[in-house]
Design a protein around this ligand. Sequence first.
Ligand code: ADP
Ligand code: MG
Length: 235
Amino acid sequence: MQNIIQLTHIHKSYTLGQLKQPVLHDISLTITAGEFVAIVGPSGNGKSTLLNLLTGIDRPCRGEVVVNGSALHRLREEQLSIWRGTNVGIVFQFFQLLPSLNLLQNILLPMDFVGKLPKRERLERARYLLNLVGLDEQAKQLPGQVSGGQQQRAAIARALANDPALIVADEPTGNLDSATADSVFELFSALQRQGKTLVMVTHNEDLAQSASRRIAIHDGRIHDDQYLSKQQSTA
Ligand code: ADP
Ligand code: MG
């Protein structure tokens, strides 16, 4: 199988005034296309920082980040922003839908940004994605008019808008009750079955155990890395 993510000797520090705070220490990691990776670990240990490096939102101080064939550490900001538009879908804990746009319009935005499809096809695809996440009836509702679980489903549909190979999610179920969290997780599992690669940070150990691989981050290092029973191994 093809590698979709290759991190090589990544170091990341943040500098606050005179203080340099190391956050990630020498992380090397390979993720194969089609894996569903759960990242767990205590707060403040570098999980979100790691995700931000995978999406090119942030850059490593040292080391190489190759995602879906592009060496992100070598791209300029504007190249990164174009790359991100079609290569990765991002899902956040607090959904981050635009509150003044209805769900359909929120899903159209990333397609409008990339501008590849004609307008009518964008609309068709947005409706298809709303159906995929079970929100046909809510297309014209504003984010504030639907439940948290429905907002997260809309955010997942938005992440899928430009058909990225990789979906990255930072505690996507952290703000949902457990039944809703399970249903959102099930949606991610269905995306894996359709061939997407998923990398999800979660505090929920049950959900992490249902992924195909569990990576524990501790003090900015990979503390543990296990393939779970569902995984068809690396053959
Ligand atoms: P986690 O997601 O595991 O809770 P983070 O990656 O968000 O951890 O943060 C790791 C450490 O880096 C924390 O100490 C946090 O305060 C610090 N940090 C994260 N982002 C920034 C930033 N943009 N500027 C300065 N420090 C940051
Ligand atoms: Mg975090």
